[in-house]
Design a protein around this ligand. Sequence first.
Ligand code: PLP
Length: 487
Amino acid sequence: MSDLNPILSGSAQSIAAYQDAIEQSTRAVVEWLKQPEMYQGKTVEQLRERINLNFTSQGLGNQAAIERAVEYFLKDSLLVHHAQCVAHLHCPSLVISQAAEVLINATNQSMDSWDQSPSATIIEIKLIEWLREQVGYAAGDAGVFTSGGTQSNLMGLMLARDAFFARQGHSIQQDGLIGDLSKIKVFCSESAHFSVQKNMALMGLGYRSVTQVKTDAFSRMDVADLKDKLAQAKANGEQVMAIVATAGTTDAGAIDPLADIAALAAEHQIWLHVDAAWGGALLLSEKYRNFLNGLQLADSVTLDFHKQFFQTISCGAFLLKDARHYELMRYQAAYLNSDFDEEAGVPNLVSKSLQTTRRFDALKLWMGLEALGKKQYAEIIDNGVTLARDVAEFVKTQPHLELVMEPQLASVLFRFRPESDDMAFVALLNQRIGDVLLASGSANVGVTEADGITCLKLTLLNPTVCLEDVKVLLASVKVTAEKLLKA
Ligand SMILES: Cc1ncc(COP(=O)(O)O)c(C=O)c1O
């Protein structure tokens, strides 16, 4: 009778239904975790054919709904923790993050106002204070948890834009965009994340407002080109509202020269946002923290915990150096952040976020840090960086493989190189290797481009993966390539 009242509450009936549903789901997950294949290897067409919605007027009941989810969702999900699942910045999750999700979901706190999330609000504020300390910002609580890197980058760009217009006496918040918008530019490197373009379009400034600065042989922003392009922009009457530096580019893991870029930004009085969605993990590193030198000079920072902090999706943060800039996005809603409450010192996070209703994702980081401790956290982060270096050395010894670039974070860019200088052929072959491996269900290898030519990518976040696992994967790359070449 567990389905008579579907709402989670304190009634004995609801508690029993909750326990049954969670236990059934947990049992299913345990079975799924034991699956040997990374993926069952169904095609898009097969999944479209197989998956049907079954919304009946009477309802199926919890048990049957869970059974169907196991059959149609779980069994054909990708095993993100599998040693051969290394395509993306898509991490396996911490066990403690899963436990945190149980608490987050069951309590369903909403982070927009204190009266919807009393203890959660305080925990999130304390974590923001702690994260600021790690970055090297002054003490304070300007910052908020976000849905991830894209949203954090949007916050940085939006506040940069609004601060830029505010300096000219114009309030975007009140009056919207004005003037010759084609002159407003954002600078980032050619390897910066595409969310810079998407966010600029969203903000009414368009993809063309993004000026891409050249990168060096390691995909890092070329500071000399930045300098030249800033001078050119000035000569063209353009106005640069922000520079976005990246600490950990999506493919190469490149970290732009943050301190040099910050010096130029300061000289030209331009807002500096650092997208540390990936590289921010090094804040906890014992070996590589120095890669982030200069991060503290940024006006705003993106951090993302569902990458190399091993948290479940979603979990990110935005940090703002100077809390006064939050005034630029201030909006008061009588029911959430009234003057009365603010004067009484009631904290609210809605003023710091683009979201209203918001999950308590901060709990995952809090519990992760407490459970693992900084040392173990550092170890699992450093592991990926070290493994990538070892894999790169191995790739160099393989006659049929070409290392595209020395690794910087936990990724390795390489190609299968047949005896051919026809790069269009090489590109297609590598694309097909990635496709065939995924279709077989045995491995998920990233397919991307370096210098405009397709290559393969291993994103080695998973701390349970070792060099031997990667050698197995590289052997399948070779076998697949040879089969393709014969066909
Ligand atoms: C450098 C960088 N910034 C931002 C993002 C976007 O983050 P999210 O997917 O969490 O929105 C990514 C995603 O991979 C990224 O690699």
